[in-house]
Ligand binder design. Sequence first.
Ligand code: CDP
Length: 212
Amino acid sequence: MIIAVDGPAASGKGTLAAGLARHYGLPQLDTGLLYRAVGRAVAGLEDTPGFEAAAIAAARSIDTGHLDPLALSTAEVGVLASKVAVIAEVRAALFDFQRQFALQPGGAVLDGRDIGTKIAPDADVKLFIQADSKSRMERRARQLEGRGVVVDRYALYHQIEQRDARDMANPNGGFYPAADAHLLDTTLLDIEAALRAAVAIVDGVMARKGQH
Ligand code: CDP
């Protein structure tokens, strides 16, 4: 079974995807880490003419076995990720790894922005996670604070809004709910309630397909 989990910045899709992976015993891929790793590799080059070529080279040589989620989790790396994510060749270089991960025997859970639309349009279940931008900022702030980072909430809110705007305008993106995606608004749900709601959707879809 392939489960696609998409949604905007800090919508809780990573936590939900991890919970779904545990619940169904499936491997999980946080595809945002790939873009974050490429972004981090070109930090400092943003305003130089070599930025695009460096990002493409970084995407082509990315070491998917050694992605460090902690080092990649900062808001600044998130902004860099959204800058490299608009480059078509970067997306193309990262495509095969994600596609193969989705197609592994037994299936997988992938979370990102374009899983249901581009990476696995054939996914069995597609979830599109939403939450209002203030609660997304607050969740991300607490997540970063839990790691000892001092958070400026005003700056974080601004970064999330900017990243959403860049992502939504991404001409090479596919950052919209697939026609067959199930929308799940987690604004008023805690982690457990959101996971229960997601499991109910997945079970419902698989039961209708008669193969759970
Ligand atoms: O965790 P959060 O939602 O803040 O971000 P992320 O999933 O780690 O993604 C970071 C950035 O990578 C996004 O803002 C997108 O610009 C890009 N991305 C993408 O283009 N396609 C994906 N499948 C996943 C992330």
